[in-house]
Design a protein around this ligand. Structure first.
Ligand SMILES: Cc1cc2nc3c(=O)[nH]c(=O)nc-3n(C[C@H](O)[C@H](O)[C@H](O)COP(=O)(O)OP(=O)(O)OC[C@H]3O[C@@H](n4cnc5c(N)ncnc54)[C@H](O)[C@@H]3O)c2cc1C
Length: 491
């Protein structure tokens, strides 16, 4: 046991990131008897996605009982889809219940990591130059952690306030302002209805319309919360049913894209119900197959767009000026505040970090044609590096936390095997990884994400780097235990 953890120069396991992946992994390590581990977090506080995305209306779009760890159920979620603050509080609860605070070092951004073959471990360098070493390095940096900003001509000239939804400026009062929102993805559909009643004018710049379905949200009553507390089995059954429901929906994404026709009808109904103006309805019709981009759920987004202070602008932005945005049709839209609802650099994965593996190979170079990993976790040439929520482990239909729990088990399995066999390091075989990824890409072609659209799941080349093209139970089965013959092993 390392008694002085936050300042220890060497630990057995270093985890980069303190979102759900980092925290969940830490808890599982602890429960498996590991005590020499440390989490490095670049931000001033722990928490990941739900610390960063505090914009008005932020909430999960997978039911909370499913979007929480199976090993740490929470009986008193306030709503079916809990708001951001409550999910963030759940992360803080994990930290306090499992006494993780002393194992998390904040303001510690990993800028590079290099595998040291002689020691069979990693040398990790922080952005201030400090160095640490570890035997096992676990990346828990998330896929949706680096805000993506649009490259618009003249953006630097803008004189008003501009910010990204993941860096919400709570100090700014939007009351009576002319606000331009760029982007209509999962975050924008949550904050637009919240700010619309306040602002004088809301100009929504839409490059591509979203399929929006109604959100089956509601508050949980006291007696339901009490029942979940007193009869934990009931909560587990409820969670299981939610899981099944989402997995069944997966059929339409993964195996039988024609099933989307039924969801498409729900969208048409939702659109007709809330948008009566035929011209606006036309603008809000997506021009790609449903499910190809993320399907969004909201009860107040479309009604907000029908309000007189909202304009949905579909012309391309040609220039940003000091106090306005000019579109390709020559119109100039005056605005005071600009909000980027432009999502995240999801396909970049670990790229801000400079990771060097065996023989000096650099991960960003190895991944120049798109990230890939064995089971989304191991990359050949980068021994003892395990990636959580890595390439091809994102979902369009279920909870990421379910995928993370599969990954925790796999990583622990690898570590256990190393101890049992007296191995210093294991490195996934290149041909094993290549074979696995050929199957992933082949399977991707059958999915709805490959039916004719661009999305944050894919590169410009069309390669699916982000999504898991299968069912989550299949992934769980595949990751149930590591096979040593998949790895080059060294004592
Ligand atoms: C607005 C929003 C809503 C979402 N809703 C859902 C949902 O409803 N259901 C669902 O399944 N998923 C949802 N997701 C996806 C969500 O990201 C995952 O479910 C999950 O929270 C990912 O956890 P993580 O720990 O892997 O990553 P993150 O939560 O992104 O945490 C990564 C952490 O790593 C830190 N970090 C990154 N780089 C470094 C570095 N170099 N050095 C040190 N620290 C570093 C970051 O600061 C961050 O704290 C949503 C995402 C967003 C953005």
């Amino acid at each position: 046991m390392n008694n002085n953890l936050p300042n220890a120069p060497h630990v057995q396991v270093l985890i980069v990131g303190s979102g759900f992946a980092g925290l969940g992994m830490a808890i599982q390590l602890q429960q498996a008897g590991y005590s020499d581990f440390l989490l490095l977090e670049k931000a001033a506080e722990p928490g990941g996605t739900w610390r960063d995305n505090s914009y008005p209306g932020a909430a999960c779009d997978v039911p909370s009982h499913l979007y929480s760890f199976s090993f740490e159920p929470k009986h008193d979620w306030s709503r079916k889809f809990a708001p951001q603050a409550e999910i963030h509080q759940y992360s803080l609860h994990l930290i306090s219940k499992y006494r993780l605070a002393e194992r998390i070092r904040c303001n510690a951004e990993v800028s590079s990591a290099a595998f040291v073959e002689e020691n069979g471990g990693w040398r990790v360098t922080l952005s201030d130059g400090e160095e640490l070493t570890c035997d096992v390095l676990i990346s828990a940096c998330g896929q949706l952690n680096q805000p993506a900003y649009p490259a618009l001509p003249g953006l630097a000239q803008f004189q008003g306030q501009a910010f990204h939804s993941a860096r919400w400026r709570h100090d700014l009062d939007l009351e009576g302002k002319r606000v331009a929102v760029i982007g209509t993805g999962a975050s924008a559909i949550q904050f637009v209805p919240q700010i619309q009643p306040k602002v004088a004018q809301l100009m929504l710049f839409q490059r591509s319309a979203a399929y929006v379905l109604s959100k089956p949200d509601r508050a949980y009553s006291r007696w339901e919360q009490g029942l979940f507390k007193r009869v934990p089995l009931l909560q587990r059954v409820n969670r299981g049913l939610m899981y099944l429901h989402h997995e069944v929906r997966g059929l339409a994404f993964i195996s039988l894209p024609w099933l989307m026709t039924f969801m498409r009808r729900s969208f048409d109904r939702h659109l007709r119900q809330h948008i009566t103006d035929p011209a606006l309805r036309e603008r809000l019709q997506p021009d790609y197959p449903m499910g190809c981009k993320r399907i969004l759920i909201s009860n107040d987004y479309l009604p907000a767009l029908a309000q007189p202070n909202v304009q949905v602008i579909t012309d391309t932005i040609s220039e940003v000026r000091a106090h306005s945005i000019v579109t390709a049709d020559g119109r100039e839209h005056a605005c005071d505040t600009l909000i980027y609802g432009t999502g995240f650099a999801a396909t970049e994965f670990l790229s801000p970090m400079h990771i060097t593996g065996r023989g000096g190979q650099v991960l960003n170079e190895v991944w120049r044609d798109g990230a890939e990993a064995y089971k989304g976790i191991s990359v050949s040439g980068f021994p003892n590096l395990f990636i959580l929520y890595g390439p091809n482990t994102n979902l369009g239909h279920n909870s990421i936390l379910y995928m993370l729990e599969s990954q925790f088990r796999y990583v622990l399995g690898c570590m256990r095997l190393m101890t049992q066999r007296g191995l210093r390091w294991i490195d996934v075989k290149a041909d094993t990884q290549a074979r696995y990824n050929r199957t992933v890409q082949a399977d991707s072609h059958r999915t709805i994400w490959e039916q004719g659209c661009t999305s944050w799941y894919k590169l410009a080349s069309g390669k699916n780097t982000n999504n898991w093209p299968g069912y989550t139970f299949t992934y769980r089965f595949q990751t149930r235990k590591p096979e040593l013959h998949d790895y080059d092993c060294h004592r």
